[in-house]
Design a protein around this ligand. Structure first.
Ligand code: PA5
Length: 462
């Protein structure tokens, strides 16, 4: 199992002004935490609660269909091209980067065990889209269009471009190169998929985008590139079982949620840094940033009070960002809590040759890069605590599907518990709607004429 160490967030280590009396706080909040965990588990199957992501590790049917489709198309495609944005892409990117061999798309087919390369288009930069589409042989590309709402402008415009190109190249056969992941009822994509006869996977009801990585949104691309999805679901299930424990001393998601909440509300540390010491885990930070920001940044609490709350996530990478951000973290405002992610055993042990023995770099010879990375994580953590900066360390025994799934699922549950502590709706995102509506208005979508007029007035005045 992955582990969480909160010692360096404790007042005993970093002092009363910046640290928490963690044992005391755990005891103070035990009853509330018990209630929150029991309540989340009680509500998780109820429609409208947006908690069905807690069941995704157990979705035998989806897992079966995903595997069946992956084996049906095995060997047919050189590339998987995922079109999606936000929660429809970030989990896929984080997990494939973590679990596939590094530089996957540069490996030969044999080195990839004949599994396809994978590309994510999660933005609408015209240069990037055109370049990628000119590189890929579309005949040998399976396009997975992923959008829960089935109408997101970024994803749908990409889909329109790709569909048009595919049809021109393949004629009627283009349909075999498209697979869709979307909601079963809402949105235009489901209607189009039905009309066009695309293979379709469903994003289950009450699973929001940023909590959807373990639905077909993530599992399908994972299976298509040969990632063992049973290993992933085993990781989720074991973590889910552990996180059902209402004793805060035994529940790492509750511990980290409470520590972050108290650091924000009592100690003024409302920035949450995610800093893996592993390049393969670097996109976990992007995924976490969306999860934490969109879930916890809210204008109103559940009682309708205007609160404008929410901790701000920050992304960093060890050891790289020791040479870019740590100066600020050590000596700048003491307004952050820093989550280190450590890996005990890397797949590779890389020795530094014993050369230049009698020079200033001679001490490195005979050690391993692994030792160096872990020594840097330790020294940075200790230096931060010398400056009285709180840190949390999450340790993965190694990087595999089982532990990466545990990490992501733990962070999802942590976010849900934090939302309850803040007393906000973790699963909505009203703050994204205004700009979306303005975009529709600017692009001439029917039904948005009033917004277009308002927007023109506002744009003229700035
Ligand atoms: O978490 C969310 O709900 C959002 O970030 C969505 O994932 C994002 O807006 C993309 O939406 P959709 O999947 O509907 O295209």
């Amino acid at each position: 199992m992955i582990e969480l160490n909160y010692k360096n967030a404790d007042a005993l280590v970093i002092g009363e002004e910046n640290g928490l009396n963690i044992e005391e706080e755990f005891n103070n909040y035990q009853e509330k935490i018990t209630h929150i965990i029991a309540d989340l588990n009680k509500r998780k199957d109820k429609p409208g609660q947006w908690l069905r992501w807690m069941n995704l590790g157990y979705s035998e049917e989806t897992i079966w269909y995903v595997k069946e489709f992956a084996s049906m198309v095995e060997g047919r495609f050189e590339n998987i091209l995922v079109l999606g944005i936000g929660g429809s892409a970030l989990g896929g990117i984080a997990v494939t980067e973590a679990l596939l061999k590094p530089y996957w798309n540069l490996l030969t087919p044999e080195q990839r065990n004949n599994h396809p390369r994978i590309f994510f288009l999660d933005n609408i930069d015209p240069d990037i889209i055109s370049s990628l589409l000119s590189i890929l042989d579309l005949k040998k590309t399976l396009v997975n269009v992923i959008t829960k709402s089935g109408s997101t402008a970024e994803t749908m415009s990409q889909y329109m471009i790709v569909k048009d190109m595919l049809e021109k190249e393949l004629g009627d056969d283009y349909r075999k190169n498209i697979v869709v992941t979307t909601d079963k009822n809402i949105g235009i994509l489901k209607q189009l998929a039905d009309q066009e006869g695309y293979k379709t996977f469903i994003v289950p009801d009450d699973v929001g985008g940023r909590f959807s990585v373990f639905s077909a949104v993530g599992l399908l691309p994972f299976a298509l590139v040969g990632i063992d999805i049973d290993e992933i679901t085993n990781g989720i299930k074991d973590m889910d079982l552990a996180l059902k424990n209402t004793d805060i001393h035994e529940n790492i998601a509750a511990q980290n949620a409470l520590i972050h909440y108290l650091m924000d509300t009592k100690k003024g540390k409302n920035l949450s840094v995610m800093m893996p010491y592993s390049s393969r885990l670097r996109y976990v930070s992007d995924w976490y940033a969306q999860l934490w920001a969109e879930s916890l940044g809210k204008e109103y609490d559940k009682d309708g009070n205007k609160v404008n709350i929410g901790p701000t996530p920050l992304k960093a990478l060890g050891a790289t960002d020791q040479h870019s951000q740590i100066q600020l973290y050590n000596e700048g405002p003491n307004d952050k809590i820093i989550n280190f992610i450590r890996v005990k055993e890397f797949d590779t042990t890389l020795e530094i040759p014993k050369i230049f023995e009698y020079t200033g770099i001679g001490y490195l010879g005979g050690k391993t890069i692994n030792d160096l990375l872990n020594a840097e994580a330790d020294s940075t953590r200790v230096a931060l605590s010398d400056y009285q900066r709180p840190t949390i360390t999450i340790t993965l025994p190694n990087i595999n599907g089982y532990h990466v799934a545990q990490l992501l699922y733990m962070l999802e549950v942590q976010t849900a518990i934090a939302g309850e502590l803040y007393n906000i709706d973790t699963f909505n995102q009203p703050g994204v709607e205004q700009a979306k509506n303005y975009t529709y208005a600017l692009m001439g979508r029917s039904g948005y004429e009033d917004s277009a007029k308002q927007l023109q007035t506002k744009m003229a005045s700035v």
